[in-house]
Design a protein around this ligand. Structure first.
Ligand code: NAP
Length: 295
């Protein structure tokens, strides 16, 4: 079994990003990322802190906008419109999930598609579906695909089963992996909570992706001997033995499945670091496009 180390791959990609930023700096351009956080959801606070830190480490201009949980829809929309018009900002991300009174779809649609580094604007979703290489693609699916590529795992002709059909992970990953060309050309099956015989479907996978949000849901009976497993899940489970009172676990029961796999991502240290690395890549790409510079 080969352990796919997301931290190592992410660091390699970050180094390439750092060089792209330096080249832009030489032309007097500083790629800028704005991350908007509404409320104080502990997981979101940690994600935003991490994104802000990584931006700074790679030499990007980073703007963290922290808003109280009771901020109104119209105030958030006004902030997004200001960021759309701000020439120092090339990428905008509104951390999900926002508080329940916020209409997330309306916020996403308000973001300038050219600055939509989360790849959730309908314009980018449409471009991805059409196979347009100019699409800004959501960072987590992009990270999953890149992990496969960097680990030498062939997707062409492989049967990929993705469990999860969210707009953030499952759907865009299916579109990416079925796209023609490098890192694509897979035969993709997307399963979800209404799929029958889930374990049976999963066992047909050469590459199994779990993006469910249920700790250790994928057990040994889901895995075919020699399959590659990408665990997207990030779940906090209570753990009194840990100083924090919780630990992070994936959607895959690692201990009982790892030995059966050809390769598997750990949680933490698998897809998570890749998501942040790809956000940086998307921001630099968005900046290059806005500055009309070829990568
Ligand atoms: P989501 O929007 O809640 O979607 C979960 C998907 O899993 C849905 O399509 C749902 O089916 C399906 N599902 C739920 N229970 C199921 C079951 N018992 N059997 C089969 N399918 C089931 O979650 P998400 O945003 O895609 O995130 C999924 C996981 O990835 C979460 O743990 C999240 O924290 C993690 N995540 C990690 C990263 C990272 O950087 N590593 C980034 C984003 C998300 P229905 O559509 O039928 O409800």
């Amino acid at each position: 079994m080969y352990l796919i180390d997301g931290k190592v791959v992410a660091e390699r990609i970050n180094e390439q990003t750092r060089q792209r930023v330096a080249r832009l700096n030489e032309r007097g351009i500083a790629p800028g990322l704005a991350v908007v956080l509404i409320g104080d959801n502990p997981a979101s606070v940690a994600y935003v802190r991490n994104k802000d830190r990584t931006s700074q480490k790679l030499g990007l201009f980073s703007r963290k906008i922290e808003l109280p949980g009771e901020t109104s829809q119209s105030d958030v929309l006004n902030i997004v419109r200001d960021l759309n018009a701000d020439p120092a900002i090339h990428g905008i991300l509104v951390q999900s999930p926002p508080p329940p009174h916020i209409n997330e779809t309306e916020i996403v649609i308000a973001i300038d598609p050219a600055k939509d580094v989360d790849g959730l604007h309908p314009m980018n979703v449409g471009k991805l579906a059409m196979g347009d290489p100019a699409a800004l693609v959501p960072c987590t699916p992009l990270g999953c695909q890149r992990l496969l590529l960097e680990s030498g795992i062939e997707t062409a002709g492989a049967h990929v089963v993705i469990i999860g059909r969210s707009m953030l992970v499952g759907k865009p990953l299916a579109l990416l992996l079925m796209r023609k060309g490098k890192g694509g050309d897979a035969t993709v099956t997307v399963a979800h909570s209404r799929s029958g015989n889930l374990a049976e479907i999963a066992r047909t996978a050469d590459i199994l992706v779990a993006a469910i949000g249920k700790p250790e849901y994928v057990r040994s009976e889901f895995i075919r001997e020699g399959a590659v497993v990408i665990d997207v899940g990030i779940n906090r489970v209570e753990d009194q033995a840990s100083a924090k009172g919780y630990r992070i676990t994936g959607d895959v029961a690692f201990e009982e499945t790892a030995a059966k796999t050809r390769a598997i991502t750990p949680v933490p240290g698998g897809v998570g670091p890749m998501t942040v690395a790809m956000l940086m890549v998307n921001t630099v790409t968005a900046c290059e496009h806005q500055a009309k510079i070829a990568a």
